[in-house]
Design a binder for this molecule. Structure first.
Ligand code: 2GW
Ligand code: MN
Length: 296
């Protein structure tokens, strides 16, 4: 698979040649200091990428615990339209309410697998334990069934193309609220007692937990490490400020992602005004009534 072990062979293809002296974008950063590409519209050719990632199976891990099952219909319907079109996809739906999972017609080569999981009384535990469940199911199933894993929030919809351009050994997404911020403004965990602690003078980006992924082996490592960190925090009587997002950010600081997705890939139209360099909104928050959806 591209970027994880071998260089794939591609067939003869006709496409416009790239120009070394004509950068595709001059308005945004295209490369991290560790040479991971940052994915923006206009920088890639889907025809080449689709050929490289031919015969790749992508697993989507999506949690729909308690009332969040209501988000599944729109999530799945829009994913069928925009997510990895033409590739093999398994939607792993982790839920405590299997009977409430809607039946959505799927394109060929795509299927839903419902994995029944327990729920937790505290919502903080619902989000934190996502890492434990991803870790466990990776060993049990994902490692044997798919090449890449994409973990996605369910309270979102796809509104434009999200394809194999995102795939890499380990990828994270720039959080739409912080991509332009100074690192001191990032809402990292700042208490040294927590395993998620990041000091003020460190940090590359603030990554959103709503969309990240990589090869199954790398996501397994990430989820296991974040789960372990959560357990240590618990034993020390502390809970990271943004739950698994805090632990994800700590992990990605010391395990630099091999691709970084621009905020095109996680956006919130209610919270943010779209700047001109953001040409496409691909995966956007669905407005929710927090009080209603989060009550039992
Ligand atoms: C979460 C918070 C409060 C009450 C309920 C829940 C909840 C979340 C739930 O009852 N059932 C459930 O399935 N979830 C799953 O966790 C679901 O997949 C959801 O999309 C995900 C994250 O919760 P969400 O979307 O309500 O949190 P956001 O939109 O504020 O997202 C950010 O912050 C979270 C942690 O506080 C996570 O890090 C999330 O990944 C972030 O995008
Ligand atoms: Mn969310």
């Amino acid at each position: 698979y591209p970027d994880t072990c071998r260089v794939p062979r591609v067939p003869r293809m006709l496409y416009p040649k790239a120009h070394v002296l004509q950068p595709t974008r001059v308005d945004v950063l295209l490369m991290t200091p560790w040479f991971a590409p940052i994915i923006w519209d206009g920088t890639y050719d889907s025809a080449i990428l689709n050929a490289q990632f031919k015969n790749t199976t992508i697993g989507v891990v999506v949690f729909a615990i308690k009332k969040y099952v209501v988000f599944l219909k729109l999530f799945l319907e829009t994913a069928e339209k925009y997510f990895m079109v033409g590739h093999r996809v398994i939607y792993y739906i982790l839920t405590d309410r299997p009977a409430d999972v809607p039946q959505i017609p799927l394109q060929e080569g795509r299927r839903v697998v419902i994995l029944k999981v327990r729920n937790y009384t505290r919502w903080q535990d619902v989000v934190l334990h996502r890492m434990e469940m991803i870790s466990n199911f990776s060993q049990q199933r994902f490692l044997h069934e798919v090449d890449y894993l994409v973990s996605a929030d369910v309270d979102m919809k796809f509104s434009d193309h999200v394809g194999v351009e995102i795939l890499s050994s380990l990828f994270g997404t720039l959080h739409p609220g912080f991509y332009a911020s100074d690192r001191r403004r990032f809402t990292y965990e700042r208490r040294p007692l927590s395993q998620a602690y990041i000091p003020e003078d460190e940090g590359d980006f603030y990554y959103a937990a709503a969309l990240y992924g990589g090869s199954v082996a790398e996501v397994y490592r990430l989820a296991t490490a974040c789960h372990q960190a959560t357990l240590i925090d618990k034993a020390n009587g502390i809970e990271a400020v943004w739950h698994e997002e805090s632990h994800l950010n700590k992990y990605l600081l010391y395990h630099k992602p091999t691709k970084v997705l621009s905020p095109e890939y996680v956006w919130d139209e209610r919270m943010l005004r779209k700047p001109p360099y953001l040409r496409r909104l691909r995966y956007v928050a669905v407005p929710k009534n927090h009080a209603q959806i989060r009550s039992r």
